[in-house]
Ligand binder design. Structure first.
Ligand code: NAD
Length: 449
């Protein structure tokens, strides 16, 4: 049975809020040199390491990639402003250690794993990175450590990749070492929610593990919601992202329906969102990207196939989501044809290629598939995006960003992602603008996807 309770961290003292206070020797009493090690310093791990450091933990920030460490050290990582500020302080502070050496892990009181869990081209979970990272953590585990998995994965993953291998090494879970799962909920590029203020769900392998993991999280988050098993915590994350996937698929379908009825989908969603209960707005768009929505539900579907359990609604939503970029290419063709033109040799300019505004993240971005699809149908394509100088598409085609969009003389402009810095002052003379964001109201000539 799963039971719940929430714990709130005692308020930080004013003194502790400052970034320059000496690091509390919390782990020194237990003989560890670091309070926490973060394994994997990507979109999730780096802000997490900085949040711990900002809460006076001595942090070992570990990544296998020398290149990534260099990017972080030279302050070139894609971070929110608040995290950029935290990083420049951390880099000058002895309580923040960057490393590529897994041997350092045994010097940390706690180890938090934040490595990617992608899917392959057949949409099958690719667990190789997670398996490599957890094997490394298990190999270097020492008595007294709290080991926490935060990467999204299938139900039972923490048991398979941490609990069982640790037991094989002779550890007693819950007394020698403490194992927990608590998925990250960070939304890169979104400054509206303070990372520390987003509640965390945690489940432990035993009650003692849950207790130790809760204490670990409360070092920087204000609220922890406890569930009484690893599996319940893992499933919670899968529900969160599957919920979003299904609703995005619905929003896309509804947008198509609205357009066929000559209605503006954004207006309809905004109107429905005035209902204070029972409705949550989801926006239609050109598809989904990142390593969450296009990937996470496939971890669940993959696992359910083994159990011979059907999940038709989730399956259909993921099929629709995967088909969306191709729908955009079809619509480009439709709009061109409505204007008496074809695709062959037509100049199409794509505005914004990252998967969402204000992040320099191309992972699974629909723009990549859309650009490839346009090229395949004979269009001459170009893109502008303040975050990228060039891009290599899945087909292998390489494109360099153009710097003067007006000079490209596009016959059709495709609004894909609008960063806060996107300049559209040059767009007015362009008569064919296809808006896949549904929000380009300042471009009166646009047609919607
Ligand atoms: N990005 C998001 O929006 C987001 C949000 C919430 C949760 N998540 C989940 O968090 C996890 C991490 O995602 P991310 O976006 O931070 O990934 P990422 O690709 O941005 O970064 C992962 C980092 O891990 C490093 N790495 C790989 N193997 C390693 C190893 N064995 N040891 C040390 N470092 C290693 C890589 O070099 C890379 O720097 C995923 O499971 C993802 O689903 C992501």
């Amino acid at each position: 049975m799963t039971t719940f309770d929430s714990i709130t961290r005692p308020q930080r003292t004013e003194e502790a809020e400052g970034w320059s206070v000496p690091v509390q020797p919390a782990a020194a009493a237990s003989g560890f040199e670091f309070d926490v090690a973060i394994v994997g310093l990507g979109y999730v791990g780096l802000p997490t390491a900085l949040a711990y450091h900002g809460s006076n933990s001595r942090v070992l920030a570990l990544d296998v990639s020398e290149r990534r460490i260099d990017v972080i050290r030279s302050q070139q990582a894609d971070l929110l402003e608040v995290d950029q500020a935290r990083l420049s302080i951390a880099l000058d502070h002895p309580g923040f250690t960057l490393s590529t050496n897994p041997d350092d892990l045994s010097r940390a009181a706690a180890v938090i794993v934040c490595v990617p869990t992608p899917v392959d081209e057949h949409l099958i979970p690719d667990l190789s990175i997670l398996k490599g990272a957890t094997a490394m953590v298990v190999d270097h585990a020492v008595a007294g450590q709290v080991l926490m998995l935060t990467s999204t994965s299938y139900v039972g993953c923490t048991d398979d990749l941490l609990v069982k291998p640790l037991m094989e090494r002779g550890f007693t879970i819950g007394s020698d070492v403490f194992v927990a799962f608590s998925a990250e909920r960070i939304d890169p590029g979104n400054a509206s929610f303070d990372h520390d203020e987003v509640p965390r769900v945690v489940g432990g392998a035993t009650a003692e593990c849950e207790e130790e993991a809760t204490k670990l999280l409360l070092r920087y988050v204000t609220n922890v919601h406890r569930v009484r098993s690893l599996a319940a915590a893992e499933m919670t994350k899968l529900l969160e992202n599957t919920f979003r996937a299904v609703n995005i698929a619905l929003a896309n379908e509804f947008a198509d329906i609205c357009r066929s009825l000559d209605l503006n989908p954004a207006d309809v969603v905004d109107a429905a969102a005035t209902k204070p209960y029972g409705f949550m707005p989801f926006l239609a768009g050109p598809g989904v990207g990142g390593h969450c929505i296009p990937c996470d539900p496939h971890y669940l579907l993959w696992q359910l196939r083994k159990q011979r359990v059907a999940a038709p609604m989730i399956t259909q939503a993921m099929v629709e989501i995967a088909a969306r970029p191709n729908r955009v290419v079809d619509r480009v063709q439709e709009v061109l044809s409505g204007a008496g033109s074809g695709m062959m040799g037509t100049r199409v300019l794509v505005i914004g290629i990252s998967y969402k505004p204000d992040v320099a993240d191309l992972r699974e971005s629909p723009a990549l598939e859309i650009l490839d699809g346009l090229i395949e149908r004979g269009a001459t394509v170009a893109f502008v995006d303040d975050h990228f100088d060039d891009v290599t598409l899945p087909s292998g085609a390489h494109l360099t960003a153009i710097t003067d969009p007006g000079a490209f003389q596009a016959e059709l402009v495709l609004l894909h992602t609008r960063h806060s810095s996107t300049d559209l002052t040059w767009i007015e003379p362009h008569q064919l603008v296809l808006d896949t964001t549904y929000r380009g109201v300042d471009v009166p000539q646009r047609v919607i996807l």
